[in-house]
Design a protein around this ligand. Structure first.
Ligand SMILES: CC(C)(COP(=O)(O)OP(=O)(O)OC[C@H]1O[C@@H](n2cnc3c(N)ncnc32)[C@H](O)[C@@H]1OP(=O)(O)O)[C@@H](O)C(=O)NCCC(=O)NCCS
Length: 166
């Protein structure tokens, strides 16, 4: 990715500084944003990074939840693919929590960890962290989810997973 500054015309800013006469609310907002910052997980694998664009917004101007779910489904499939070694399908979204809104221009990092390996299925946890447009390098957890994938054969029927955990 280029290190050149992003064009402000293409992005909805996370935080619009208030007029000089209202400094107190600005400080409160900054404190609230800082309180959301968390360390990245060290026991999970980074499986995807993506930046939402204006075309991914809902009517509020935040990022559409369905877009986030699609990215989580893709990210969640990365670790199960190592076990399935072939065709697989998402059978269940066990849990999905939108903890904070996602905004245009956020850099999203998707972390994942296998939580269960069954006979034909693999369940993973996915956590999504946002680097906000004006605070890159600091992370806010925006979404967490649990999904189950099933290894399937050419007829779409469940098949035993090819590779067992070591
Ligand atoms: C995935 C699919 C082949 C599974 O078929 P099925 O007849 O339900 O299979 P089974 O009942 O034998 O279950 C297969 C595995 O899925 C797991 N599973 C089934 N339903 C589940 C659910 N609701 N939640 C979590 N796991 C589930 C089972 O526990 C089993 O795992 P295990 O073998 O590791 O113990 C079938 O449901 C399907 O084709 N679904 C549509 C998939 C799809 O279109 N996804 C969206 C696009 S990828």
């Amino acid at each position: 990715m280029s290190s050149a500054p992003l064009s402000t015309t293409a992005f909805v800013p996370e935080f619009t500084p208030p007029a000089a006469s209202s400094a107190a609310p600005a400080a409160a907002t900054t404190d609230a944003a800082r309180a959301c910052h968390v360390p990245l997980p060290t026991d999970q694998e980074l499986v995807l990074k993506v930046i939402p664009m204006p075309g991914d917004c809902n009517a509020n101007g935040d990022i559409f939840g369905g877009w986030v779910m699609a990215q989580v489904d893709l990210a969640g499939s990365v670790l199960p693919a190592r076990y399935a070694q072939g065709r697989m399908a998402t059978v269940a979204v066990n849990e999905f929590v939108f903890k904070q809104p996602v905004r245009v221009g956020d850099i999203l990092s998707f972390f994942s960890k296998v939580s269960r390996v069954g006979r034909t299925s693999i369940t993973v946890k996915v956590e999504v962290y946002a680097e906000r447009y004006r605070s890159q390098g600091r992370y806010t957890k925006v979404t967490e989810a649990s999904l189950t994938y099933v290894a399937i054969d050419d007829q779409g029927r469940p098949r035993p997973i090819a590779k067992r955990p070591e």
